[in-house]
Design a protein around this ligand. Structure first.
Ligand code: ARG
Length: 264
């Protein structure tokens, strides 16, 4: 059974700008975001996933993007080291939550940034790490040593898509959704080497952060608004497509995967 951690949007709003999607004047509609959260939660529950919640904290509006809190692997939890001071305190609450749940906390040295599942994705025993915008390149060596895993790493080059999970959405061993403009030529070559079926997402679908998805068994949870063509493409790979509205969360620069911390 898939286990997931979410953080309710009680204190979510646009209180600062740390990525190009965020605009102070573009405030969050509380009612709408509560409904988006409810639908996301309901989608996971209906797919049979077990949903846990971490308590939101006043003054930490971006804590709703639970994927960024760290990376749980077995009994270890690699705790994030946020690049922006506005988000650093979230790590304190993540540490307390995972410690209490019995995890051994793995940390990174000061100045080596790491933003959890925003930049670290895994599928079928492979680990993908993005760096250059939020996480540091050096996170690769530190985490491989401390977690005992090997990474396929990517430099991220599009400021709008500053986390790996915004540009790479693995569906399974063979298939991945990806946004080509976010990667260097070398990165593109790595993706093509790792996946037999590479679905290049269009500019229109990237407006809805289509790569920012979560797979639960044979279903893909993805932001509402994606094109019929992409939907069909995913269905042809044997998946059911579950769309959840994400308009309020996109104001903060995130979507489905950003909100979802998955346990492995
Ligand atoms: N406002 C948040 C930030 O800029 C959004 C995080 C999006 N998360 C993600 N996993 N891509 O840090």
């Amino acid at each position: 059974m898939k286990k997931i951690l979410l953080c309710p949007p009680t204190f979510y709003d646009i209180e600062y700008e740390i990525n190009p999607w965020m605009h102070l004047e573009n405030k969050v509609d509380k009612e709408k975001v509560t409904e988006e959260y409810r639908q996301l939660w309901a989608a996971y529950e209906s797919l049979g996933a077990k949903v846990l919640e971490i308590n939101p904290v006043k003054g930490l509006p971006d804590m709703v993007y639970a994927a960024n809190l760290g990376f749980p692997l077995g009994n270890k939890f690699a705790l994030s080291n946020f690049r922006y001071p506005q988000r650093r305190e979230e790590a304190k609450y993540a540490k307390a939550f995972f410690e209490k749940s019995g995890f051994d906390i793995v940390t990174l040295p000061d100045g080596v940034y790491f933003e959890g599942q925003g930049d670290l994705l895994t599928t079928n025993g492979k680990y993908f790490l993005g760096w250059g915008k939020r996480s540091s390149r050096q996170a690769k060596d530190v985490l491989s040593r401390k977690l005992g895993i090997k990474f396929i790493d990517f430099e991220l080059i599009d400021p709008y898509f500053y986390h790996l999970d915004m540009s790479l959405g693995p569906l399974n061993k063979e298939t991945v959704l990806m946004k080509p403009e976010s990667f260097t030529q070398e990165g593109m070559a790595k993706i093509k080497k790792e996946f037999k079926n590479v679905i290049e997402v269009t500019k229109e679908d990237n407006e809805f952060m289509a790569c920012n998805l979560v797979v639960v068994d044979k279903s893909v949870v993805i932001g509402q608004g994606i094109s019929g063509k992409l939907k069909k493409n995913i269905e042809e790979c044997g998946f059911k497509v579950v769309q959840v509205p994400m308009g309020e969360y996109r104001k903060g620069g995130g979507s489905i995967k950003c909100l979802t911390l998955e346990f492995y």
